[in-house]
Ligand binder design. Structure first.
Ligand code: NDP
Ligand code: 8X3
Length: 252
């Protein structure tokens, strides 16, 4: 039987990279996406020893680049059975009256519109085959709004709505759609949010045990390996020390 082919966006770091590594252990054929070509090359070198890996370097904000990249896929990497819509980040953590409009644009363009473009580029072959699985990486920020999270939370609330909308509209096509919504996971996320201020970023994860990217990868693997009649529609996962976006038990 042909191994499943998974396309993962944001595979160069954090949750996406851990998912790529775990999927490789399962023998999945991989299409790994991100902007940082060097990191994609490293992944291809490492994972390509055991499974088929193709890399696509593009910015999810660039609509044409998204479609060109997906259309360039070699035949052995088609069709895509599993799409993990993971690329995204927070940019800034400011009260809305002080927010940077460039940060707002980045979050809406990457987390929302980028996810839509990639999905739109992949969907026709899933619709045609009446099969496929889309996993959207949302966030606890898509379930509740926290102070200064404003536009990042809005972008993840949009992912929550798109997850529901896709599931509804693809229902008659037999395509599985679900979201995994993590709380605090220690990745490069806070480095990006705080624009390279690694001291500030590391403080986010001090005094408690945050989730690791591998914890989320494990859950994504569980989601995609259920029997086809089982669709995990929406899943929220937090560190044990976290009760909500603002309640985290820290021993500092
Ligand atoms: P990382 O910063 O470690 O990874 C983000 C990934 O997204 C990178 O691979 C990056 O690749 C890619 N990416 C970012 N912008 C673009 C872009 N414009 N075009 C293409 N790819 C892009 O963060 P995480 O692993 O933590 O984040 C992954 C997802 O998980 C995000 O959607 C995030 O919102 C979500 N999430 C994270 C949580 C956390 O606490 N860490 C909690 C809840 C949700 P490259 O730079 O090479 O393009
Ligand atoms: C990432 C979790 O709480 O930093 O989506 O927004 S949080």
């Amino acid at each position: 039987m042909k191994e499943k082919t998974a396309l993962i966006t944001g595979a160069t770091s954090g949750i996406g990279k851990a998912t790529a590594e775990l999927f490789a252990k399962q023998g999945f054929t991989l299409v790994l996406c991100g902007r940082r070509q060097e990191r994609l090359d490293e992944l291809k070198e490492a994972l390509g020893k055991t499974v088929k890996v193709h890399t696509l370097s593009f910015d999810v904000r660039d609509r044409e680049a998204v479609f060109e990249a997906i259309q360039s896929l070699p035949v052995e990497f088609m069709p895509i059975d599993i799409l993990v819509n993971n690329a995204g980040n927070a940019h800034g953590l400011d009260p809305i009256y002080d927010g940077s409009m460039d940060d707002w644009d980045a979050m809406m363009d990457i987390n929302v519109k980028g996810l839509l473009y990639v999905t739109k580029a992949i969907l026709p072959q899933m619709v045609e085959r009446k099969a496929g699985h889309i996993i959207n990486i949302g966030s606890t920020a898509g379930k509740e709004v926290y102070p200064n999270g404003n536009v990042y939370c809005a972008s993840k609330h949009a992912v929550d709505a798109i997850n529901q909308g896709l599931r509804i509209d693809l229902n008659t096509h037999g395509i599985r759609v679900g979201a995994v919504n993590p709380g605090l996971v220690e990745t490069e996320f806070s480095d990006v949010r705080f624009k390279g201020d690694s001291e500030r970023a590391s403080k986010v994860y001090q005094g408690f045990q945050p989730l690791k990217p591998e914890d989320i990868a494990d859950i994504i693997l569980f989601v995609v390996t259920r029997p086809y009649h089982v669709n995990i529609a929406d899943l929220v996962v937090m560190p044990t020390a976290q009760a909500s976006s603002t309640i985290v038990k820290k021993d500092l």
